[in-house]
Design a protein around this ligand. Structure first.
Ligand code: NAG
Ligand code: NAG
Ligand code: NAG
Ligand code: NAG
Ligand code: NAG
Ligand code: NAG
Ligand code: NAG
Length: 588
């Protein structure tokens, strides 16, 4: 019987004995049998009488499992390919196109170089003509992506900071103490900077020399001195400026501290304009050891009472100097028996750089300025609780005589706090023999606040004043948890009075204000001076105020027409800089 088997493009004719009928759909043989059949090239020579029906079954199984057969007959492929009359060209390889036992066929096809998975570490292989290319995952390189790229090789961490390759395709900069940023790009250690103290030693300052020295000493103790750090020079002035020491004289903190007391009182006028000119020439002069690099700031710290003989010229000169060189900055400190705030806010680079000597505000503002922009060690803040403490007593209320002027001042002062955009909170208390809360720290509308301010009146029922009553009430209000004050906020009190209380109260009041100061509440005495006051009246008011104030800097004169500068000066302390105490020490 004849059976036609269609296999690929071949037609096989096979006659089987035993009467078996064979169709195209022969029963499958087991995988193992087919494998051994395909592997055994001698199958026919071993069996001189092959059973063609068995053979057919093998063939049929193979036809149905071509991919499998192709994979299993490397031996046959090698054998057949070795007999090629024309070997495959480079870039091609010999394959069996038809692997069935009855009609092995081979052919030359383009080789897929990617078959051997040459690309490592997740790289993608691209087959080319007799070659391949690998596209590597980020972080790898080399023909086969076998090389781990050293991301630190390009020294991405600035200022020589350490680079660590923490993972594939990644690195970490380990910033040493003074640097911040992903690449340690911000130098956050304040400095280097050249700092010149410019000290008013004129006649009017003869009692203030020691306080100036104390101020400088406190300042210098907190900064590192050296050729790569802060350099300090000292110039005093009265009629003429003179250099006590220049930037190169001292290279260490301890030797410098002793030399600060070398300033001496003089008997001349206060020629601040000349002194500022001199300062600018000396501080920007390498002959004095100044370092004229763009990354080094130059600070002139002007210590004065603000009573310049040449005030207008001084303000003009200061303006020209700071406009000419942005690296030359003037800061002012008010030290003296009487402080003229109106001058002190106009001499520095801006009004916010006028400082009291009683705290570290100037130093901290300078340290922030002397570090890179964007460093977060030192932050500006306005977290401040303010109490307006208004005297309404018959005798010493500012409302007596000067009508509403002092209330207008309070209103403008409160406006200047810009509470919608700052962290400042304000409360207002009035006092005569007793005290009253006008408004507390909880927010009320500007309109309501204004209304409450302007409805303040003299308390006619009480003929006697007691500033002490007011101070005690204010202290209680600050410390009471129910007033809405914030424990972490700076606490400032503005005491509005005309200063005409009995002088006999002064020592007790002074003591109380010192106590408040030690408890973190600074009291500014806002003395309202009335046009109708005689010179001796005014003098008594100021004398009283100065006698009770913690420092002469804390006395402000409120009169018509000086509101703007006095408000700038008085409100300055509501905005300040905070730095960690170990700003110069290691952060890690
Ligand atoms: C300033 O200090 C010196 C030395 O400590 C002292 O002798 C002098 O009396 C002080 N002067 C004033 C005005 O306090
Ligand atoms: C400066 O000197 C003072 C006193 O000698 C010392 O207490 C302080 O730690 C020094 N400051 C610095 C920054 O070196
Ligand atoms: C700066 O001070 C040093 C040491 O006191 C001194 O030798 C030098 O002459 C001074 N420089 C100038 C320009 O005065
Ligand atoms: C300041 O700049 C100079 C030159 O431009 C540079 O050599 C120096 O390292 C810089 N100093 C700091 C602290 O960045
Ligand atoms: C006011 O003070 C005077 C003297 O200080 C005193 O005699 C008088 O009793 C006081 N009056 C009131 C209402 O407290
Ligand atoms: C603060 O004042 C508001 C209204 O002015 C009032 O509702 C609130 O009770 C006051 N808070 C305290 C603690 O007195
Ligand atoms: C300044 O702000 C940064 C970021 O908010 C904070 O990490 C840091 O502690 C602050 N510094 C001070 C002195 O409050």
């Amino acid at each position: 019987m004849l059976v036609l088997v269609i296999c690929g493009s071949f037609i096989l004719s096979v006659t089987c004995h035993g009467g078996h009928q064979h169709s195209l759909y022969l029963p499958e043989i087991s995988e193992n049998k087919a494998k051994s059949f395909l592997h055994n090239r001698h199958i026919r020579s071993l069996d001189p009488h092959p059973d063609y029906c068995t053979y057919l079954r093998y063939e049929s199984w193979c036809e149905w499992h071509i991919p499998y057969c192709q994979g299993q007959q490397e031996f046959t492929r090698e054998h057949r390919c070795a007999t090629l009359s024309t070997p495959c060209s480079p870039g091609q390889h010999c394959v069996l196109t038809t692997p069935c036992p009855a009609h092995f066929r081979h052919n030359c096809v383009d080789k897929n170089e990617c078959d051997s998975n040459p690309c490592q570490n997740g790289g993608t292989c691209h087959n080319g003509n007799n070659q391949y290319t690998c596209t590597c995952l980020p972080g790898w390189t080399g023909t086969n992506c076998e090389i781990d790229i050293d991301e630190c090789a390009s020294t991405p961490c600035m200022y020589g900071n350490d680079c660590i390759q923490d993972r594939i395709n990644s690195y970490i900069c380990v910033c040493s103490e003074r640097f911040e940023g992903v690449h340690c790009e911000r130098d956050c250690r304040p400095g280097p900077a050249d700092v010149m103290f410019l000290i008013d030693t004129s006649f009017s300052q003869k009692e203030a020399i020691n306080q100036s020295v104390d101020f400088m000493t406190e300042f210098v103790k907190q900064i590192p001195i050296g050729p790569n750090d802060f350099q300090v020079s000292l110039v005093s002035f009265s009629l003429h400026p003179k250099t006590i020491f220049n930037f190169t004289t001292f290279q260490s903190n301890s030797s410098l501290l002793n030399a600060l007391s070398l300033i001496e009182s003089e008997s001349g006028p206060t020629k601040t304009s000349d002194a500022l000119q001199y300062a600018s020439q000396k501080i920007l002069n390498p002959a004095n050891g100044a370092r004229l690099l763009s990354n080094i700031s130059h600070y002139v710290i002007l210590v004065t009472n603000g009573l310049s003989t040449d005030r207008n010229q001084a303000i003009h000169t200061a303006q020209i100097l700071r406009n000419t060189n942005p690296h030359f900055k003037i800061y002012a400190v008010g030290i003296g028996e009487d402080i003229a705030h109106e001058e002190l806010v106009q001499l520095p680079t801006d009004a916010s750089l006028s400082f009291s000597p009683d705290n570290n505000d100037l130093l901290l503002a300078m340290l922030k300025d002397a570090a890179d922009y964007g460093c977060t060690d030192c932050n500006s803040t306005s977290l401040t609780d303010v109490i307006i403490l208004f005297d309404t007593s018959e005798d010493s209320s500012p409302l007596k005589g000067s009508s509403l002027h002092s209330l207008k001042f309070v209103d403008k002062l409160v406006d200047s706090f810009d509470m919608a955009h700052t962290d400042i909170k304000v409360a207002m208390l009035t006092f005569s023999s007793d005290s009253q809360i006008k408004f507390n720290f909880s927010h009320i509308s500007d309109q309501d606040m204004k209304a409450k301010i302007f409805t303040t009146t003299i308390d006619n029922r009480q003929r006697n004043t007691s500033i002490r009553v007011g101070l005690l009430k204010m202290e209680e209000f600050f410390t009471s948890p129910s007033s809405g004050g914030r424990p972490e906020a700076r606490k400032i009190c503005y005491l509005f009075t005309n200063g005409k209380w009995p002088t006999s109260e002064n020592s007790e009041l002074k003591h109380k204000i010192e106590e408040l100061n030690a408890a973190g509440i600074s009291v500014n005495v806002m003395v309202t001076v009335d046009d109708t006051d005689s010179y001796s009246d005014t003098d008594m008011s100021l004398t009283n105020a100065k006698e009770i104030a913690f420092d002469p800097y804390r006395v402000y004169i409120v009169e018509e027409n000086n509101d703007y500068v006095i408000i700038q000066a008085a409100a300055r302390e509501t905005r300040y800089v905070k730095c960690p105490s170990d700003i110069f020490k290691s952060k890690h």
